[in-house]
Design a protein. Sequence first.
Length: 452
Amino acid sequence: MAEKAFKIFVVEDDEWYRRLLVHNLSLNPDYEIQAFATGKACLSKLDEHPDIVTLDYRLPDMKGLEVLKQIKEVNDDIQVILISEQDDIGIVVELLKEGAYDYIVKSRDIKERLLNTVNNIRNRNKLKKEIVSLRQEVKKKYSYQNTIIGNSAAAQQIFELIDRATRTNITVTVTGETGTGKELVAKAIHYNSNRAKKPFVAVNVAAIPKDLIESELFGHEKGAFTGANFRRIGKFEEANEGTLFLDEMAEMDISLQAKLLRALQEKEIIRVGSNAPVKTDCRIIIATNRNLLEEVKLGNFRQDLYYRLYGLPIELSPLRHRGNDVIMLAKHFMQQFCSENKMEAKNLSSDATAKLLAYSFPGNIRELKSIIELAVTLCDHQEITADHIVFGGGHDAMADIATQEMTLREYDIQIVKTFLKKYENNTKLVAEKLDIGVATIYRMLKEDKVSS
């Protein structure tokens, strides 16, 4: 589609000067120029949506200020350049207050000044359109349906909770195993909320050294510590009026938690090396793969901060509990990877589908994405078969267990053994993962030893 012509209205009652302005502007073939001798004639054509109006301050029927006000009432996006022999600073200030983009005094160098101003407006308009387009693309990318793919009950519940989260500024706690898509959910909430036009700032708490995390969140003043050669604003200020996403929140050192609590309660931060509070307004979304309440009981997390952060809880189910969503996600990743790499579209064979459904996906959605991208790369034909599906370790013990015929007790024992091997015989951790008692594990292993 051809780009829309850049339309300029020239309003000037002096015929000679009007022709001069039209001639100068017409030197650019991208500009479509219309000329008017009166303010009313210009106003009657505003439904043609000019991008710019050059406006003489003194017209025979109306004052330039009155024409400017009416243009802005009709369409505030139209940029108005006032041109006049007047150089009264009071008049200039008043016109700029009413929304004029620029005020140019009639002189010999008006050609250069006018063309530069028009060019600046055109570039600014292009940038604004690009920003609007990018925002629309981002919102589309992080729409619920593009973020959480699936028809399972778990996926539908996530849709509902995200929708509720977008209606208010309530703090959101997103929990789930590693790779379940916690940051994607946070972005979906932000880009569908009333803060979508403001920044989304993500911080991986676990990835920042303990001695730098305070400066990273709150910023620092010049000279606050060795190497602080200039003032630096922190993530709270970066995310002002937007959303601050704190990932792996359970990893935050308890010594910093009191300062974070104060920042959340007072809605202000204090930069390292300063005593002056700085007001901030950012929505908080946190994520963790740990049980924060258990961390409170263990003394690793402040109870008051836990209750301040809890807000709306969104728990993401592991992929192994989402049934046929695995195949929907696999097809999505397959289509996405083929499109990005300009490859022919591919299909999943029945044996590949069965193999995916039998796997437990300890790495969840992140692992599935990697598996599918590798399968597409390995496949030279249109159909991806089971041979193209390669799991991380090349072997899945849980899938093997599922294919064997055993009694329920035997299944339970094999699952416990598999988890003990996976977690290096850490009985307490396995008990937490399987939600059973440590004594139960010892009893099951003892029974297995006796029966064998």
